[in-house]
Design a protein around this ligand. Structure first.
Ligand code: UDP
Ligand code: MG
Length: 314
């Protein structure tokens, strides 16, 4: 199968009919064999009824319905698991992403050899204050911390080589950082394509202000797991040792200072308490490192590595 189109959605019954016919039109014109996986992330409107009707009419449209709302990342993850195509394309259901981009996004994977291609909403039709500015900041932080030169990490419109979606796990708010997950899994050929963005025609945005906090926390998680997920002690141990030595060094100095000079006693100097606290923090970090190491060593995937190729072995 040439292409699987994965669409996470919640309460988008107004957009779905138009979106589905448009996709059908594009893939038929380009003679692509395809499937469309609509993941209903707990809609309370008629989205699911439409999906069932659509499937009855054209069985290349398939649906998954969550019992409740789990979030866009969960929906994408489930869609990825079900997808059968050689190339997987994700897009939003609200018709802000244009299905006309599908053939080119697929071509960049198949012909240009990219592992994943991310859309870039260069001209964006969203509210400047609540969307465009914060998103510029987000992208700058993500670019700096990951070293991936993308302008628009969170664009809903992306294409992937099949191997990539099989290797990554998306949960929480991590759909914002899929390029980083891909890079950590060793897929370095990440491309970018300027895509057409359109104003939301129906319905309202499904993300509130909480996305700022959750988005940043998940970035921290991704950066930590990617770097130290399999060796947490090297992170906590280093920090713990630094803190402990700092506290220990200052305590020694304070004790010596007490005997050398009679100007002050040990306990009425604020620096004494700071030194004590620093030692305790250092020890805590060290212990956290041991605990994290225990957990990492017991994780079922502790010895699972992504193997790119083998020769001479089954
Ligand atoms: N979405 C989802 N689950 C959620 C929130 C959003 O599946 O919990 C879907 C939504 O239906 C849409 C896509 O994710 O297809 C992007 O959402 P939206 O357009 O509201 O985000 P925005 O474009 O405002 O960033
Ligand atoms: Mg949208």
């Amino acid at each position: 199968m040439d292409v699987s189109i994965v669409i996470p959605l919640i309460n988008e019954d107004e957009s779905l009919p138009e979106l589905c016919s448009w996709i059908e039109d594009v893939v038929t014109r380009n003679q692509l064999s395809y499937e469309v996986i609509l993941v209903d992330d707990g809609s309370t409107d008629n989205s699911w009824d439409f999906i069932e009707r659509k499937h009855a009419e054209n069985d290349r449209f398939k649906g998954i319905k969550f019992q409740r709302n789990y979030g866009k990342s969960a929906a994408l993850n489930e869609g990825f698991k079900a997808a059968q195509g050689d190339v997987i394309i994700t897009m939003d259901a609200d018709m802000q992403d244009s299905p006309d981009e599908i053939p080119e996004l697929r071509r960049m994977i198949v012909d240009d050899g990219y592992d994943m291609v991310s859309g870039w909403k260069k001209k964006r039709y969203d509210n400047t204050l609540s969307k465009n500015l914060p998103s510029k900041l987000f992208n700058a932080v993500a670019r700096r911390s990951s070293g991936i030169q993308l302008h628009d990490f969170n664009c809903g419109l992306k294409s992937y080589r099949r191997k990539v979606v099989n290797s990554i796990e998306v949960y929480g708010e991590m759909h914002r950082y899929i390029p980083i997950l891909a890079k950590w899994s060793g897929f370095r050929r990440i491309g970018e394509k300027v895509v057409e963005h359109r104003p939301r025609k129906y319905g309202v945005t499904k993300f509130g202000w909480s996305r700022f906090i959750n988005g940043f926390l998940d970035l921290a998680t991704i950066m930590f797991l990617g770097k130290f997920g399999k060796r947490p002690m090297q992170f906590f141990g280093l920090l713990g040792t630094l803190f402990f030595l700092l506290g220990f060094g200052s305590s020694i100095y304070l004790v010596i200072a007490k005997f050398v000079s009679t100007d002050f006693t040990l306990t009425n100097r604020p620096s004494f308490y700071i030194a004590m606290a620093t030692m305790v923090i250092g020890m805590q970090l060290f212990l956290t490192g041991f605990l994290a190491e225990l957990i990492a060593r017991n994780a079922p995937e502790r010895n699972s590595y992504l193997i790119e190729k083998k020769t001479g072995l089954g």
